[in-house]
Structures are given as structure tokens and as C-alpha cells.
Design a protein around this ligand. Structure first.
Ligand code: WT7
Length: 640
């Protein structure tokens, strides 16, 4: 077994090794896995050639990722708990799965999938709440080589069908409903709605979770329990090529519809486990908890694949941080004696508001490491997390990464890298970041700020966008030739530490969830009374960024004018889902545009930030008058 990095000097040494000899570095780590056949060459790649991006790790290696979770660990860990499931309602029982039990469940479900005719390469959509069956379903797909496409169960029917259609899924795995705090959501009816426009889907498997009545479609729908009844719990894993697809996960960008970010088998596997063990400094016997939803990449890599590949005990939580009260996270930490805790800045900020007592009344002495991910963490939230939750004893790992990166790229190593509030600090071994100016010139040295790029492949990186390789190239590899462009701006300070400043493209980050402004505008524009809209992010105390929509409408009656804001929110809710509902909507008579018709978002952003004093040159606008109107009617206090 490759040893974890255990001190700062060793980090620098490993980092150098990984840059000087990437193939030697990753090749040695890859020796720890079960392979049906070892690779011929560790890496071949091009970010610029005709097939770019063309990235191949562990060429001709053959393996199955689930054998590396189960068969590799079972001799030692059969009776160790793999998954601890904490239900939404604290009165309901916890469910634990040992490695041995989870293995049988995964194999059984894998056999059932095969029985339905699902085979290697088929796409399976999974639309489930945070129940253990979600983990079972995804691993069962990986077992047989089917490609899982997990869709966060907060997305609308329309978003779900877009994703199903794009990936041409032939099966959907869902449940009657799901619980989130005091609410329950009828997932099956959303699936029914989505499937009206998805001809490729032949079946749905439906888990009973809430017991709500569903519309059961004979011939298409199958209850989960019937699906697995009597099915064998032994399964021989499909032998996959290192570069065979493991999963797709849809994410938003600055243009067009969400794209299916595609990850492959061996590189993702090795990167998930390596980053998990080193960043969190997980030790055998520790209890690790990541509060994300498996519908996002954080859940994929740091609830399921990373921890289970490492033979860890991973906690999975169905509920929300504020129900039954704002102490729920800390009650769970105490109940399961959690050692490593990984959450998002938005959750921290939401809990700060409720006061310290919800934290201090629980015994949190088991905690060793605290992690954050998803968006920049402000200094106040960092300090509260450090002082109140961690009692000053737990290092905070501020982990920067993306759906496309598969795993963490820039982060402290817990207890090893000296931290600074709101700095993601240093790149992990194997990760070669650089900053460039808008012309693509590298900004060398320290104390510089620019666009964050990566110049060398790492094993967990995106390989393509599903069904449209050129889109992958255009989105990530064409802005700065020869580099992967992250879409983020960053500073490198006088010590060489990275601080992520946020997106530099038309992507906003709401509560750690990525949304394209164009996508929200498209949804708003579907309201019959809307002519045009422009969406920007503005600073929001809890969500990090809030959604601010400037909208022009057709003539409205008095009644319509009263209800238009709510109607627009309902439209967005229906088309994308509740996470994309604008926080502020301002109906305006016109949008600030250049003479060529381009919306000047820079101006709208300034106004949204409450800083209308310095709007820059507005004389080139088609109609400078609209700016005054917008400033006067702005939904924030505007300093002039
Ligand atoms: C975007 C990626 C990676 C899992 C969750 C989000 C922002 C992520 C940090 C951090 C500052 C961060 C970036 C990035 N982001 N982590 N520690 N500090 N910003 O995944 O939806 O793919 O979003 O989240 O802007 O580009 P995602």
C-alpha cells in the first residue's frame, strides 16, 4: 500500500516527484489495485491535437472499480461497516452496511440489472433521494459496466428529461418519494412527467421510501423489492478497460444546456482514493462524513468512491442541517463519533445564524478534521467553523475542485499544510496549476492574480462531454491553448498559496451549486409575458451568491403586474428546479446593451453588488437612460 504523506517536507518531495516523473509517480500508486491486466503505459495525452482533449491513463489496463472496493478489501474488512445511513427523521433507525453486506446488495442488484438486459455501456439514470439504495444502484451499474448518470433529486421533470434524452438512458432508477426535513417530495410523479418525452427509457425501477401512492405503469415500472426478489447475490464483475466510461454527471456552463461530464474507470478510481486518504488523513477505523448529496460530484467522489476504495467507513445522511433543529449535524457527529467532517460554506453560514448553542450543546470531541468545498469560504465562516465547531483543534481543509476534475486539486493536507482562512493553499501531487492573464500569458512568480488553468493531466480529469467531444474541447481547452481552463479566477499570494476568487465566466455559484446564467435566462424567457432577461449573481449572506434577474415584459395588466415575480419564479422552478429560482427580480423597461445588442452584464453586476458609484463608461450604450432607471429601482441599497 502506498503510504499517505505524513509531513510537510514529504509533501514537497512527493510534489516534485509527481512533476518530474508523473508516470512513475502514478504508476507506483496504481500497483495497489486489483487488475485483471496491468497497463502497458501509464499516460498518453494531448490538449491540442486533432482529438484533443485526448487523455489516456493506464493504457490497456483491465479492471473493475467495484472489485477494488469489495474483493480487494473483503479479506480484511468483511465485517467492518462501509456505510452508515442516518435517516432524515432522527426517530427512524440508523442502517449500517458492512463491506460484506454491501457487496451482496451490489452484486444482487447488478444481477437484476443484467436480467433486465442492461449491459456494459448502457446509460442508466438514477433519480433517488439520499438512501443507501442510491449507493447500491450506482455501484451495481459500475459492477456491470453500465454508465450511471445520477440526477440530483431536486431537479425538475424538465431538467431530468433533458439529461435522460442527452445520454439516451434506457433505465431510470427512482423512488416513490423522498424526505427532506419536514417536507416530502413525490419523485415518481416527476419521473412520470419527465418520461413523457423520453422514448429511450424502457423501464423504471421504483424503490418504496415514503409509501405514497404512485401511478404504477404496468410493463414499464418495477418495484425495487420485486426486482431483486430471489436474485443471486454472487456476481462476476465486468472486466473494464482503464479508459472505459464509469459515469457521466451533468453540470452547467456559461452557454447552452448542461453537459454530461464524462469520467473513466482507472484514473478516476486512483485519484478518488489517493485524494481522499491524503487530504483528510483518514486512518483505519475512523468514521468519515461528507454531507453532500450524491447527486453532485462531491457525493460521487467523497461519499461513495473515494472512501469505499480506501476501505473507510462513510456516513450518508438523508436529511437537512436545520431539521428538526439547527443542531442536527452536531447531533449526528456525536451519535456516530465522526472523525472527519466535510461540508459546504453555505451550510456553515446557514448554521451560524442560529447561534453557537446548537453546536456547543453536543459533544464534538471525536472531530479531528473539518473540510469545506463548493465555493469560496469567507473568513467569518472559516473562523466560526474553526473556533466553534473545531474548538480550535481541527485543521480545516478548504478543498478546491470541480465536477470536471473528478477529485480535489488544490487543498491543504489536514494537519500538514499550514492553513490560512479562505485559502485553498497548495496543489496536490500530480496537479500543475498556473495563472494566466486574459491573453493567456503565464503570470509567473508570487503575488499575482489571474485565470486558473492546469497544464498537465491528472488521472481523475474529464475525458469528454457526453456525445459532443468538440464541446469539451471548446469549453475547457480552447480559451488558452494547451491548457485546461477552470473558469475560476485565483490569486497566488506571496507564499505561493492559492486563493480561489470565484468564477470569471457567466456561471454563478448558488449555495455551492453551479448554474449558468444563460440557462436561468432561458427558463425565465419561457414565461409568456417575458420579452428578455439578464441574470447575474450578487453577494448573498448565506448562499454565497444569490440570483438577480432583470426582466423586460410585454404590457401587463394590474393583476399580472402583481403576480409576475412569483409567476416567473414558478416558471424557473418548473423548468430547472427550486435551486434556480431568482432571489430578486426587477422588472425594467430595457436592459443595458451595446449598440451591437450585447447585454452589458458588467454594469448589472455592479448594480447588483450595490455599487453603482463606478459603472465605468456607459456612453457606448444604446440607451444609457435605462441605467438610471435600473439603479433607481434596484432591489438593494445602492450607493451612488
Ligand atoms: C466550482 C465547481 C467540487 C465540488 C463542488 C462543486 C467552486 C469549488 C471551491 C473552493 C472556492 C470553490 C469553483 C469551481 N469551488 N470548491 N474550495 N473554494 N471555490 O462542484 O459544481 O463542479 O463547481 O465550485 O468556482 O469552479 P461544481
Amino acid at each position: 500500500m502506498t503510504k499517505k504523506i505524513s509531513n510537510f517536507a514529504e509533501y514537497f518531495q512527493k510534489y516534485q516527484e509527481s512533476v518530474n516523473d508523473p508516470e512513475g509517480f502514478w504508476g507506483e500508486i496504481a500497483e495497489d489495485y486489483q487488475w485483471h491486466k496491468k497497463w502497458d503505459k501509464v499516460l498518453e495525452w494531448s490538449f491540442t491535437g486533432p482529438k484533443a482533449p485526448d487523455v489516456n491513463w493506464f493504457i490497456n489496463g483491465k479492471l473493475n472499480i467495484t472489485e477494488n472496493i469489495f474483493e480487494r478489501h473483503l479479506p480484511e474488512r468483511k465485517d467492518q461497516i462501509a456505510l452508515v445511513w442516518e435517516p432524515n427523521d432522527p426517530k427512524e433507525d440508523v442502517v449500517n452496511y458492512t463491506y460484506g453486506e454491501l457487496y451482496e446488495k451490489v452484486c444482487q442488484f447488478a444481477n437484476a440489472l443484467k436480467g433486465l438486459g442492461i449491459k456494459k455501456g448502457d446509460r442508466v439514470a438514477i433519480y433517488l433521494p439520499m438512501v443507501p439504495e442510491l449507493t447500491i444502484a450506482m455501484l451495481a451499474c459500475a459492477r456491470i459496466g453500465a454508465i450511471h448518470s445520477i440526477v440530483f433529486a431536486g431537479f425538475s421533470a424538465n431538467s431530468l428529461s433533458d439529461r435522460i434524452i442527452d445520454a439516451e438512458c434506457n433505465l431510470v432508477i427512482t423512488s416513490d418519494g423522498g424526505y427532506r426535513g419536514a417536507k416530502s417530495i413525490s419523485l415518481k410523479s416527476i419521473v412520470d412527467d419527465a418520461l413523457k418525452s423520453c422514448p429511450t427509457v424502457k423501464h423504471t425501477v421504483v424503490l418504496k421510501r415514503t409509501g405514497d401512492d404512485i401511478n404504477f405503469v404496468e410493463g414499464r415500472d418495477i418495484w425495487w423489492d420485486d426486482f431483486i426478489a430471489g436474485v443471486d447475490t454472487k456476481n462476476e464483475a465486468e472486466v473494464m478497460d482503464a479508459e472505459d466510461t464509469l459515469f457521466v454527471l451533468y453540470t452547467s456552463g456559461s452557454t447552452g444546456k448542461p453537459k454530461g461530464v464524462l469520467h473513466t474507470t482507472a484514473g478516476y478510481m486512483i485519484f478518488a482514493e489517493y485524494t481522499f486518504k491524503n487530504v483528510f488523513q483518514y486512518n483505519d477505523g475512523d468514521i468519515y462524513w461528507c454531507t453532500a448529496d450524491i447527486g453532485w460530484v462531491t457525493g460521487h467522489t467523497y461519499i461513495v468512491y473515494g472512501p469505499l476504495l480506501a476501505g473507510a467507513t462513510s456516513v450518508m445522511f438523508e436529511g437537512v442541517p436545520t431539521w428538526p433543529d439547527a443542531g442536527r449535524f452536531w447531533e449526528i457527529v456525536n451519535k456516530h463519533k465522526v472523525n472527519q467532517f466535510y461540508t459546504a460554506p453555505t451550510a456553515i453560514r446557514a448554521l451560524i445564524v442560529h447561534g453557537n448553542e446548537f453546536v456547543t450543546k453536543h459533544d464534538l470531541s471525536s472531530l479531528k478534521v473539518l473540510g469545506t468545498v463548493g465555493e469560496p469560504i469567507n473568513e467569518e465562516a472559516w473562523r466560526w467553523y474553526h473556533d466553534v465547531v473545531g474548538k480550535g483543534n481541527c485543521p480545516i481543509v478548504d478543498t478546491w475542485w470541480q465536477t470536471e476534475t473528478g477529485g480535489i486539486l488544490i487543498t491543504p493536507l489536514a494537519g500538514i499544510t499550514p492553513t490560512k482562512p479562505s485559502f485553498a493553499t497548495l496543489p496536490l501531487p500530480g496537479v500543475q496549476p498556473l495563472l494566466v492573464d486574459n491573453e493567456g500569458n503565464e503570470l509567473k512568480g508570487n503575488s499575482v492574480e489571474g485565470n486558473l488553468c492546469i497544464k498537465f493531466p491528472w488521472p481523475g480529469m474529464i475525458r469528454t462531454t457526453y456525445g459532443d467531444h468538440d464541446r469539451c474541447y471548446q469549453t475547457y481547452f480552447s480559451t488558452y491553448k494547451g491548457l485546461y481552463f477552470t473558469g475560476d479566477g485565483a490569486k497566488r499570494d506571496e507564499e505561493g498559496y492559492y486563493r480561489i476568487m470565484g468564477r470569471v465566466d457567466d456561471v454563478i455559484n448558488v449555495s455551492g451549486h453551479r448554474l449558468g446564467t444563460a440557462e436561468i435566462e432561458d427558463a425565465i424567457n419561457q414565461h409568456p409575458k417575458v420579452n428578455e432577461s439578464a441574470v447575474i449573481g450578487y453577494p448573498h449572506e448565506i448562499k454565497g451568491q444569490g440570483i438577480y434577474a432583470y426582466v423586460t415584459c410585454e404590457a401587463l395588466s394590474a393583476d399580472e403586474a402583481d403576480s409576475i415575480e412569483n409567476d416567473i419564479r414558478a416558471t424557473v422552478n418548473k423548468i430547472i428546479g427550486p435551486i434556480a429560482k431568482p432571489d430578486k427580480i426587477q422588472i425594467v423597461s430595457g436592459l443595458p446593451k451595446t449598440r451591437s445588442g450585447k447585454i452589458m452584464r458588467r454594469i448589472l453586476r455592479k448594480i447588483g453588488e450595490g455599487d453603482a458609484t463606478n459603472l465605468g463608461d456607459i456612453s457606448t450604450l444604446l440607451d444609457p437612460g435605462v441605467v438610471d432607471e435600473i439603479v433607481t429601482g434596484a432591489k438593494v441599497e445602492v450607493k451612488r
